[in-house]
Design a protein around this ligand. Structure first.
Ligand code: HEM
Length: 290
């Protein structure tokens, strides 16, 4: 299913880039593929995918703006909360539908779980599913295109030996994190870096920095697809580790395989990284062939 979605979504860019055009990969496919995939898994109406993209982007704005007092950021948060309401209302109608007409989709499985959950929890779990794997997966896809264009020798190795793709994706994710920081609240007094912090302290945990910790990785600033496997924090850790990590990996691998087949020497110039530092990644990737 993912292979088909990726083939359809990338076809136009591949054709235009081959004929000499410069095409934005975000608009062409990285932003839409994750949404189409999750909408398919949840059996949501395909024609509403553009709305899901708009809502989830606006919901992402809450994270971009939450700790910034500027009017622009306040506006981002207000719009994001409105979009969350829209998404919850829409998901509510789908949940009601799957109660009566269960199918072999993710929503039906959550609705008909034996675990006792309230309606609000069911709706928020499904909203979370539509939201969580969108911008994040799109950005890892984009960061992978950029990282490999900047490391053509390693990309060429991947083209020749596709079995290296999973470890390359892990290394790219470590090297150029998507979720660069998270907010955490101390549940008890704790000593961190030699300083005692009281219960209730708000922490900004810099997982992007942890992914380049020189005590954990030799030459952490170097991208090396042959680096020995070692857990990084790109998908979080502990009980709330990302639930969609294997789906994200599969989507990125499918895109890379496709591009390595069709336009293995892609180039990128003037990448725009937007302004979201928490969920970091390109918002525009002009792709061309030399
Ligand atoms: C490259 C893509 C992705 C990245 C970088 C990413 C990153 C993360 C991170 C860092 C967390 C932990 C948050 C925390 O501890 O506060 C998380 C949680 C989560 N992710 Fe992802 N994610 C990605 C893709 C996906 C996909 C594709 C899905 C589902 C379709 C998904 C669903 C979730 C869910 C449901 C949680 C919450 C888990 C829980 O609280 O128990 N994510 N993700």
């Amino acid at each position: 299913m993912i292979g088909q979605i990726v083939a359809t979504a990338t076809a136009d860019l591949i054709e235009r880039v081959r004929s000499g055009e410069v095409v934005d990969a975000v608009a062409a496919f990285t932003r839409s593929i994750p949404t189409i995939v999750i909408a398919t898994l949840m059996n949501l109406p395909k024609e509403r995918v553009p709305e899901f993209i708009a809502w989830t982007d606006q919901m992402g704005g809450i994270m971009e703006g939450r700790d910034d007092p500027s009017p622009r950021a306040r506006e981002l948060v207000a719009t994001g909360l409105e979009a969350t309401g829209e998404m919850n209302r829409f998901v509510g109608t789908i949940v009601e539908d799957r109660k009566k007409h269960p199918g072999d989709d993710l929503v039906s499985r959550i609705v008909h779980t034996e675990v006792p959950v309230t309606l609000a929890e069911t709706i928020s779990a499904n909203t979370q599913l539509v939201f969580a794997g969108n911008e994040t997966t799109s950005k890892l896809m984009g960061l992978s295109l950029v990282a490999l264009a900047a490391h053509p020798e390693q990309r060429d190795e991947l083209r020749r030996d596709r079995s290296l793709i999973p470890q390359a994706i892990e290394e790219i994710h470590r090297w150029t994190s998507v979720k660069t920081w998270s907010i955490r609240f101390l549940k008890a007094d704790a000593e961190i870096g030699g300083e005692v912090l009281p219960k209730g302290t708000t922490l900004m945990a810099m997982q992007g920095a942890a992914n380049r910790d020189p005590e954990r990785w030799e030459n952490p600033g170097v991208l090396d697809i042959h680096r020995a496997a070692k857990a990084h924090l790109g998908f979080g850790t502990g009980p709330h580790t990302c639930m969609g990590l294997n789906l994200a990996r599969l989507e990125v691998a499918t895109v890379l395989n496709r591009l390595l087949d069709e336009i293995p020497e892609w180039e990128v110039n003037n990448v725009d990284y937007g302004r979201n530092s928490m969920i970091r990644g390109p918002v525009e990737i002009p792709v061309s062939l030399s």
